[in-house]
Design a protein. Structure first.
Length: 127
């Protein structure tokens, strides 16, 4: 399998993670725990609407990923967001996370996949 094909497959898988968490878990509210986490971090007053907004933004991230526009900036944004979200969740709401403090392992793995996909699998002109 070529690096280009592998890059495309992994890109689609990464986008599907953003769609899954954004659309299904948050927008469709299929995993209420996400709203509980938002409520813990930002307060209960607007947790439902903020959770749905975060979900829509995650779907938009998936569309940005699939568009291929400014791929490196996108990868940097994903890494920063995943790192920040997981740090906040681990510090402020670890008891609500599916795997508690072990969620960090999955976050780091996802960050690593994003990094490798952009900087190792992606064939850049002149590289």
């Amino acid at each position: 399998m070529t690096r280009k094909k592998l890059h495309r497959i992994v890109t689609v898988l990464i986008a599907s993670v953003w769609i899954g968490f954004g659309l299904f878990c948050k927008v469709f509210h299929l995993v209420p725990r996400h709203e509980e986490i938002v409520a813990r971090i930002l307060g209960e007053t607007h947790a439902g609407s903020v959770t749905r907004i975060i979900g829509v933004l995650e779907v938009l991230m998936a569309l940005w990923i699939l568009s291929g526009f400014k791929k490196r900036l996108n990868a940097i944004a994903q890494i920063a967001l995943v790192g920040t979200m997981n740090a906040l969740e681990t510090i402020l709401a670890a008891d609500l996370l599916l795997w508690g403090h072990y969620n960090v392992i999955f976050a780091v793995a996802f960050i690593w996949i994003i990094y490798v996909n952009e900087w190792a699998f992606n064939e850049r002109p002149g590289a």
